[in-house]
Design a protein. Structure first.
Length: 341
């Protein structure tokens, strides 16, 4: 694309700022999702006014061509374009720093992992965070149509934690053989193979750095390198590997470290607890805390009901947020997550 010399330098910079993301998206060819909103210019308006709208890449290129066909670009339009590009850059800079959605590499969140291994199940990475430091991750971004889906809506038969003296790094969801299992978030398939313990297993790396694992499948419906969208079938339920019956073993990990899925997902209502989480570095792993919550330290004589009243919530919500039952005995000094007032 050539630009005539009579256009101002500011106009050239603005046009290039609009074109660059489209070129990058076309080169990567990784997603069909709309990333860049554009300005729709009303060239018939004498005032040269413009308004914001969502266009696809091809329409943006047509928009730029129409601007370049003008002999003179009105100052008002130039100022509005400049303001829009500046605001868009600021928003994207913040967004990139939180999630890595716009990582310029071929693989999702490459900057957080350094390598892409299609055989090893877990890529344990030395975190750049110190103990006590945290990182915010966006889980659901409705603006860019990045949503969450429950991998399978069924009864949870085994929770995250210790089981029979061994660490159980995920949750088990009851299903029947051949039941479809879907991806929880958008991402790229990193592993899809047979494993001695996990059976037929799929691991998807997501654009925010999280990885989800789907194990004991009867059939694989994806292969390494496939780009998948939330809700897309990745396998059929089964009982392959070390399994005593048909079920889905579901794990959520960050940099190879297991996270409790129930601290992020409300399985009873098939939705996320919050749209973003805070990962707090611990000595050996990470603690996942829903964004927008505080901790309450249980005091002598307190019950779930008293704590719920104190924070203007319900016992049901409190139990859901902390993945506990209503009849759970509280300990003095125990920390419970509570919504911010």
């Amino acid at each position: 694309m050539t630009i005539s010399k009579h256009y101002s330098l500011n106009f050239v910079v603005i046009i290039m700022a609009l074109v660059a993301p489209i070129r990058l998206d076309a080169q990567q060819n990784e997603s069909k999702k709309l990333i860049v909103p554009a300005i729709v210019v009303n060239t018939d308006s004498k005032s040269g006014s413009s308004n914001i709208s969502n266009l696809n890449g091809e329409q943006i290129i047509e928009l730029i061509d129409s601007l370049l066909s003008l002999d003179i670009v009105p100052d008002k339009m130039l100022n509005e374009l400049s303001d829009y590009v500046e605001n868009k850059r600021l928003a994207e800079d913040i967004y990139v720093s939180l999630t890595g959605f716009y990582d310029s590499t071929m693989y999702p969140s490459r900057s957080m992992y350094k390598k892409w291994d299609t055989y090893q199940l877990f890529n344990n990475v030395v975190s750049d965070l110190k103990v006590g430091e945290s990182r915010k991750l966006v889980l659901e971004d409705t603006l860019n149509e990045c949503r969450f889906y429950n991998p399978y809506k069924g009864l949870i038969t085994s929770n995250f934690g210790w089981r029979s003296g061994r660490a159980h790094n995920g949750i088990d969801i009851d299903l029947e053989v051949w039941n479809p299992v879907v991806a929880s978030f958008d991402g790229m398939v990193r592993v899809a193979r047979m494993h001695k313990s996990y059976g037929r297993v799929v691991i998807i790396r997501h654009y925010n750095g999280l990885e989800t694992l789907y194990a004991h499948l009867h059939r694989l419906k994806v292969k390494p390198g496939d780009i998948v969208e939330a809700g897309q079938v990745v396998g059929l339920g089964g009982s392959s590997g070390r399994s005593s019956g048909s079920h889905l073993h579901f794990e959520l990990r960050f940099q190879g470290k297991p996270l409790n899925p129930k601290s992020i997902i409300d399985f009873n209502n098939n939705k996320l607890k919050t749209n973003s989480i805070k990962l707090i570095k611990t000595k050996y792993s990470f603690a996942a805390v829903p964004d927008g919550v505080n901790f309450h330290t249980v005091k002598k004589g307190e019950s779930l009901f008293k704590i719920a009243v104190l924070y203007g919530t319900s016992v049901t919500e409190l139990c859901s947020l902390n993945s506990i039952k209503r009849n759970r005995t509280l300990r003095i000094g125990q920390k419970l997550m509570v919504a911010q007032l």
